[in-house]
Ligand binder design. Sequence first.
Ligand code: PLP
Length: 459
Amino acid sequence: MNHDDLNYWSKRAADWASDYHRKLRDRPVRAPLVPGAIAQQLPMVAPDAPEPIAAIFADFERIVPQGMTHWQHPRFFAYFPANASPASMLAEQLANAMACQGMLWQTSPAATEIEQVMVGWLRDALGLPQGFVGTIHDSATTATLSAVLTMREQATAFQGNFKGMQSNILRIYASAQTHSSVDKAVRVAGIGQDNLVKIATDAQFSMRPESLDAAIRADLAAGLLPAGVVLCAGGTAIGAFDRIGACIAVAKSHGLPVHVDAAWGGSAMICPEFRALWQGVEGADSIVFNPHKWLGVQFDCAVQFLRDPGPQVKSLGLRPSYLETAGREEIVNFNEWTVPLGRRFRALKLWFTLRAYGLDGLRKRIRNHVQWAQESCVAVAAIPSVKIITQPILSLYTFALEDDAQTERLLQRINDDGRIYLTQTLHDGRYVIRVQVGQFDCTQADVMMIAQVVAELIG
Ligand code: PLP
């Protein structure tokens, strides 16, 4: 295959994509497959001889789409959305065509500079103070890992991986509502999951600032070394928000850095009326949110805002001689802000999305999702034997039947049916079904189908 073939097949792929999206509602949302069903359709070894792209394309059409769970399906209400607006898809095509590496300013000046400008646009759109700068990671997990590595280095005076320190005395604080990426970060950072202190929460499942303070004091008294606090702004299970301002005040009183995980909830902050949920966030040192979840920017795109990039660059930045760009002090080499060296051109899809829909268009979508989630919750609550377990926080609520086994069976029936896709979580020791509304193309009718399907299948 050469570039002339690519030209032809790209157009075929665009036609295929258009047809796929037009007919998505007719497909079951979750792949109705048994494990191994796709693998058994592929040869076990790679071909020695080149194959015509027409044959490869035909196999794609035959095998792949029906082996997929359709994340862009308008009735995808599982996990969190991984929205891909058409504008972001177009930008990805263009970024793919150039296939650049954005590790240094000079390896892709436009990628670096558009990234800087997009972080500024988003900072302002979310109502954060001017001082914040930032970068784009592949995922919130990587951003949180970067923040935790920075906390570790700051707490150990940048001695590089605990040189001369006992690794098992560092302590990180978070609530049980924070995402498992925080557990992973402390594990990967060598701090150890035992040193991730899970702080008690209140009736709203928000971290108690006084419990945070007590835990830090107890650790100090025990000769341990508090290193930082990770706060939750829209938890994965039920959408919980910690009391951000009050917890930051406690952390600051102990001189500790704070990272806020707003992977999902952050997108909603383009709407000023939701900002009370993370009131006080401007005091954080680091904030991550995923435009690839709710903002419509195709995966992968996780933006980390930093009050001062200095500590993170000191923790993660390395300059082997082949990456030196001496004499250009005014430039930013973003690989020094992140874990990987190589970087995709992720800012392009932000640029396209923010311009193609405008902040007003994106706000309208998010406001619709929040309102439709509330309407859907009322409709689901009216179904006999359904109990709403947590009321909507932004566009996420949970419900259950009388006991866990019944709830699990209902979820199985819903997802085998295929019209909608929901997933479960364990909340307060109970198996519950989560509903999140946030797919880019969903309509009110799509959302109201949740109650219809649940009522039909409740048995
Ligand atoms: N934080 C929260 C609140 C999440 O819900 C998720 C994933 O759903 C993550 C972090 C991890 O996101 P990513 O897949 O970008 O690593």
